[in-house]
Design a protein around this ligand. Structure first.
Ligand code: F6R
Length: 234
């Protein structure tokens, strides 16, 4: 794992943008994407750039269960708002949070990932060390899953909802095994609330209770931090 610490999230996002550009220019066609506050600046930089993703595919990590795609809190809406409606991709894949047949949806998503190997995966990290919505204890061999969100994740994400009661309690997420199959991974983490998770990600043992720690076993991971999230690193 290569760790780079920047003064600000903006500078770290600029570095992420440069790595995405390099990856695209080197022929990457499939990009695994995250939602949440962390990648917003990266998507802003991509939208403002002349990068052409019209021949590329995006595969999102996760989606809340039970929200319609038009719901402003859904990750389908987030992706449209922050990236896809401004920067067209050839294919956009997001788990279907409205699926009636969950098993069929999990299988559909696994097939998409199998048929479109991920060249570059963008990740954030939860305060509890989750990646995607793989909550602790994580199944390191897992593929796409239907999961219960951790209480700590519900509390962290409540900031984006009118009240905590509106935060969905379930989600669909790409599994750890699929994330680990990505050729290259960029994980970004900003702010002091991420500092403990970042320390465990980088310095702790590989432990299902810190799902992101499995990334220590991946051959090509770049971790981009700001000073606040890096504050507990040795
Ligand atoms: C979102 C995702 C999550 C977030 C994490 C951090 O698609 O996969 O793992 O990256 O919850 O969220 P933010 O960036 O909002 O702090």
């Amino acid at each position: 794992m290569r760790t780079l610490v920047f003064d600000t999230p903006a500078e770290a996002s600029q570095k992420a943008f440069e790595l995405v550009r390099e990856s695209l220019e080197n022929g990457s066609t499939t990009f695994g994407l995250a939602t949440g506050s962390t990648p917003e600046k990266l998507y802003e930089l991509i939208v403002a750039s002349d990068l052409d993703f019209s021949q590329a595919s995006s595969i999102n990590l996760d989606e809340y269960y039970g929200l319609t795609k038009q719901d402003p809190q859904s990750y389908a809406y987030f992706m449209k708002k922050h990236l896809i409606s401004h920067k067209p991709f050839k294919n956009v894949y997001i788990p279907d949070g409205e699926a009636q047949d969950i098993d069929a949806e999990l299988a559909r998503y696994d097939k998409i990932i199998e048929e479109n190997p991920i060249d570059l995966q963008i990740l954030g990290i939860g305060n509890n060390g989750h990646i995607g919505f793989n909550e602790p204890p994580a199944d390191f061999n897992g593929r796409t899953q239907f999961i219960d969100l951790d209480q700590s994740t519900i509390e962290a994400n409540a900031r984006l909802f009118d009240s905590i009661d509106e935060v969905p309690t379930k989600a669909l997420t790409m599994g750890i095994k699929s994330i680990m199959d990505s050729k290259k991974i960029i994980l970004m983490a900003f702010g002091e609330e991420k500092a403990r998770a970042v320390q465990k990600l980088i310095e702790g043992p590989v432990d299902p209770m810190v799902p992101a720690s499995v990334l220590q076993n991946h051959p090509d991971v770049v971790v981009l931090l700001d000073k606040a999230s890096a504050q507990f690193l040795a």
